[in-house]
Design a protein around this ligand. Structure first.
Ligand code: GUN
Length: 284
């Protein structure tokens, strides 16, 4: 028998703690504020941005949306970011990715003040994640660690195999798992004998972006499987990177899609926004 890791339940517990911290801050005259920039009309990005705004409302934070047209230039976005960097009511700033092709995404991310970079995408914050001494945790990886801890799943000394080496998930997840004393292997599209490696995982993280990529033969009996994938099938249904139906029975714990890792990402973003607001209080 396996346990289904309920991202909604963990998320609700964390949001409850955030909400109560926000109401304490409000008594001191501080309302955490998140500015969200969205460029163009990507429908998936629209859904994510709406979820971020809803999360702010639910936890008592302010949210400020800047929906910019597709033809916006890199310079225009940077000048908006510079304005937001200096706005006292804005504690966190993020630009929803992906941005349209003509925009220099790296320049945009680098323009966000590291003090307000609640996605932890700025090189300064990526560097801090690497040293283990960070202010903002990378949201999706932090969400996964939070889920493991909620279910009292041991990390220390365990072999964590991550499939995927993206800057948003794979690489920072490796850093967080190392900080929690796991032994970490990062696999990717050029990895040879992938199956031999994934079968050694006590904790297997799938962040590939391919529906049902992880099959039962790739998973060790009793492993913990975390699925970061959100793939839209032809029938309109969402599907993870793991073949849940056939894999679940082999695991001890597994995250479903939807309702697993997904809800945690926005929750950890809210947590980072709260952290930024609390730091402002210390600075003043
Ligand atoms: N696009 C997909 N995931 C993310 C995320 O965590 N933050 C931002 N800004 N864009 C994304």
């Amino acid at each position: 028998m396996y346990t289904r890791i309920d991202g909604k339940e963990v998320s609700a517990a964390v949001r409850e703690r955030i909400s109560s911290e926000v109401s304490e801050l409000k008594k001191q005259g501080i309302t955490p504020g998140l500015a969200v920039i969205i460029v163009g009309n990507d429908p998936a990005s629209r859904v994510y941005v709406n979820n971020k705004k809803k999360g702010c409302e639910q936890t008592g934070m302010n949210s400020f949306e800047y929906a910019l047209p597709e033809e916006t230039t890199t310079e225009e976005i940077i000048s908006l970011i510079e304005k937001l960097n200096n706005e006292n009511g804005v504690d966190g700033i993020l630009c929803q990715l992906p941005v349209p092709k003509h925009i220099d995404g790296e320049k945009v991310l680098n323009a966000i003040s590291p003090e307000k970079d609640v996605d932890a995408f700025h090189p300064v914050n990526c560097g801090k994640v690497m040293t283990g001494d960070y202010i903002f945790s990378p949201c999706t990886p932090a969400g996964m660690v939070e889920m493991l801890k909620y279910y009292n799943i041991p990390i220390s000394g365990k072999h964590c195999v991550i499939i995927g080496r993206s800057n948003i998930v794979g690489k920072p997840m490796a850093m967080l798992m190392l900080k929690n004393n796991a032994t970490v292997t990062v696999c990717h599209s050029k990895t040879e004998n992938l199956c031999e490696i994934t079968k050694q995982a006590d904790i297997l993280v799938a962040a590939v972006g391919k529906p049902k990529f992880v099959t039962a033969d790739m998973v060790k009996e009793g492993a913990v499987v975390l699925d970061v994938g959100i793939n839209r099938m032809e029938n309109g249904k969402l599907c993870g990177d793991v073949d849940f139906e056939n894999v679940a029975g082999k695991t001890s714990y597994i995250t479903p899609v939807p309702g697993g890792v997904g809800p945690m990402t926005v929750t950890m973003l809210l947590n980072n926004t709260l952290t930024a607001a609390k730091r402002k209080k210390i600075d003043n």
